[in-house]
Design a protein around this ligand. Sequence first.
Ligand SMILES: [Zn+2]
Ligand SMILES: [Zn+2]
Length: 211
Amino acid sequence: MTVSESVPVERTARATPISIIGMSGLREIVAVSSGMALIYTIAAMIIGGRPLLTLALVFAGLLFWTFLEYLLHRWMLHWEPEDKLQKTIRKCFPTHRSHHDAPMNERKNIKKQLKIIIYLMTAYCAFLALIGFPLAMVLAVNAGVLLGYQAYEYVHVACHHLPMKNAWAALLKRHHAIHHHRDETVNFGVTTTIWDSVFGTTWKPARAPTA
Ligand SMILES: [Zn+2]
Ligand SMILES: [Zn+2]
């Protein structure tokens, strides 16, 4: 049995790469994240005075996001402690249990998510600047992180709603479908499979027992 035969894939033929922007709060997420990324990039160029270096740092931030995406998905979104104290701490962080329970459902609380993006990113950048990182560098790297974040949100919705026929897109869709339908402890990457390979969490089909 092949992976594509064994993993249920959502029927999403009517959605298009453009139409999904209207789904699950993507339009708002893209508007806020790209707006913030643009402001951060311009501010970094003005403060630092080195446009090419700023663009290189934005790109570095974009790559750094792929690691953050893995880290947050594996260790925050899937953190489900049994301990009473840890359960209380856990309430302070987002979970995506409801997404796993109903992957095709539209996101309900987009306003809350947008507030988290704006406040958390602003506080994070202020903290890094206060402990001594150059403000221009902090803004440029996190502009890239914001761009990576919105790419993640788009690819994630696409994985659930688009047929994803080209080889790379089909690989991402299958990778994420396995995470949902076969094993939640593997395949945490959404925009890339690289970090699952690095941390050894890529799903491997069970080998048939040998006689
Ligand atoms: Zn998950
Ligand atoms: Zn998903």
